[in-house]
Design a protein around this ligand. Sequence first.
Ligand code: URA
Length: 238
Amino acid sequence: MAVIMMRLDKYLADMGVGTRTEIKKYVRRGKVKVDGVVVKSPEVKVDPNVQKVSYLDQPVSYEKFEYYMLNKPAGVISATTDKKDKTVIDLITEKKRKDLFPVGRLDKDTEGLLLITNDGELAHRLLAPKKHVDKVYYAKVKGKVTEEDVKAFAEGVSIGQGEMAKPATLEILVSDEISEIRLTIQEGKFHQVKRMFISVGKEVVYLKRLSMGSLVLDENLPLGAYRPLTREELEQLC
Ligand code: URA
């Protein structure tokens, strides 16, 4: 295991114990121990893989990366901060790291699977168009979805503003006044699913993401709830 030494105040700030300024005060006041011994210099270097850090005698373990599966509810936005609306990051109440972000964006009214992490490399692998990662959506659509729509989506449709959607797999679950479908796409253009249906003259009235690559929404997670990824989920994604 590579030895990566880091400053004690950065270690504690990364783990959400406080701001760097607050932490410096805590350390100088003797509230922090390293391997059971009070350390009063915030600049002391520690090895997170080996040394045990505690704050007010509570162990603070170091996590470089955090990974959460969120069942995003409608009404919250896929951003890290917002002046007006609640964000998906606000929903992760037990987070340690301050640098979490959502992997890709779901519209404010879209529900379902959202991966929240601070692992930029993994996010890139899941989002880069060249990686062709499947994203599967369930939708309710106004009007009868037809086999013609299936063919059009399989060929690729024009979604306006000079953009084309790449070939996608559309499965009709119910074809009625309000149809129900499952759609698999490998891109993540702005409002992509809604724009694909607009291109065939139909309107998405409900949208939920079911999966992203190997990661499948845990149906036991109520809307707005989250949980850390399991080891298996993480291994498959990586
Ligand atoms: N496509 C959309 O139109 N909206 C989403 O939130 C995700 C995909």
